[in-house]
Each structure stands twice: as structure tokens, then as C-alpha cells.
Design a protein around this ligand. Structure first.
Ligand SMILES: Cc1cc2nc3c(=O)[nH]c(=O)nc-3n(C[C@H](O)[C@H](O)[C@H](O)COP(=O)(O)O)c2cc1C
Length: 166
């Protein structure tokens, strides 16, 4: 599949089949995350693969997310990444790695959905024994899609790109 075709195919999936994710596919998407670039190649992340149904329920604030057979929790250690001009780069490191994972999942016919807002960080940390100082940046359910979302608009290139000035 061509890269742009894959990017177009990926959509946020909010309904999942209960069919398990084959181990090979799980390892494939994790490998895509592992290979992501990061500040100083410091790889400040850890990906927690949650399959236990009680834990999935405890960390997902949306029922549809807990229904997926796997939830991947993206954690980052801010001190292992860098900062410059008041910008902390662990969020960016994590974002790139998660997007690698998410695109690899789409290529494998698996659904995901970035969850950056709809979770309770403290509840996730407690349920999974995540140490102090580590931030939970994002979660994604992972499983076979039980829906095919329609097209979602994006701004036109003319609205978001300029050449040589703002
Ligand atoms: C950083 C980030 C955080 C997001 N957080 C949530 C979330 O908490 N809950 C949710 O349902 N979708 C969340 N989304 C998914 C967006 O709503 C979705 O990507 C956007 O509407 C475009 O739709 P598409 O992914 O199907 O192309 C998030 C996406 C990103 C990139």
C-alpha cells in the first residue's frame, strides 16, 4: 500500500470486534513504535499493552474503548527527553511513536483511536502501577474495527500552507 493511501485509510475507530489481536500483528505495531525518532534518540517512552478486561475497564473512560481486546498506553518520562525555549519534547516524542504505531495498525487492518483527553491519568497510573514522574500521554484501543467511519474533512492545503512568509 502506498504511504498516502495508508494515511487516507486510517480513521479513528470507536467500535471494535472482540476478536483477539494476533501476537504477530501486536509485535509488528510495537516494532513500528520502537523505531520512531526521538529527542537525542533518548526513547523516553514505554508502551503498556493492556489485555486484562478488568484493567481495560479501569483505564478506559469510554465503553467502546474498553471493548477492544487491547489498549496500548503510551507513557513517557519527561526527564529522559529534552526541553528548549520552554517546550517539553516528551509529548512530541510520544506523539511520533504513537502515530507510527497507529499507522502500522491501519496497514495491518487493525483499528485504533488516539485518546489524548478522555482518560484520568491518576486512575490509569494507579491501575497499571506506573511510577511517579512518568506521564501518561495517550492511549489507544487496538482491535479489528466494527465500523467503517465516513469521510472526515480536513482543511484545504491553501489554508494551512504558505511559502516564504506567514
Ligand atoms: C492528540 C489527539 C488526541 C485525541 N484525543 C481523543 C480523545 O480523547 N477521544 C476521542 O474519541 N478521540 C480523540 N482523538 C481523535 C480525533 O478526534 C480524531 O483524530 C479527529 O477527529 C480526526 O478523525 P480521524 O482520526 O478519523 O481522521 C484525538 C486525536 C489526537 C491526534
Amino acid at each position: 500500500m502506498e504511504f498516502l493511501e495508508l494515511v487516507r485509510k486510517r480513521r479513528s475507530i470507536r467500535r471494535y470486534k472482540s476478536d483477539p489481536v494476533p501476537q504477530k500483528k501486536l509485535e509488528y505495531v510495537l516494532e513500528a513504535a520502537r523505531l520512531a525518532p526521538s529527542w537525542g534518540n533518548r526513547q523516553c517512552w514505554r508502551f503498556i499493552v493492556v489485555t486484562d478486561p478488568a484493567k481495560r475497564k479501569a483505564i478506559a473512560t469510554r465503553e467502546w474503548a474498553a471493548e477492544a481486546p487491547v489498549i496500548i498506553v503510551g507513557c513517557a518520562h519527561p526527564e529522559l527527553s529534552g526541553s528548549r525555549f520552554n517546550q517539553q519534547y516528551y509529548m512530541l516524542d510520544m506523539g511520533i511513536a504513537m502515530e507510527h504505531l497507529i499507522l502500522a495498525a491501519a496497514e495491518q487492518g487493525l483499528g485504533t483511536c488516539w485518546i489524548g483527553g478522555q482518560f484520568d491519568e491518576e486512575a490509569v497510573k494507579q491501575a497499571l502501577g506506573i511510577p511517579e514522574g512518568v506521564r501518561v500521554v495517550a492511549l489507544t484501543p487496538l482491535g479489528y474495527p466494527a465500523e467503517t467511519p465516513g469521510p472526515k474533512g480536513r482543511k484545504d492545503l491553501r489554508e494551512i500552507v504558505s511559502y516564504d512568509k506567514w
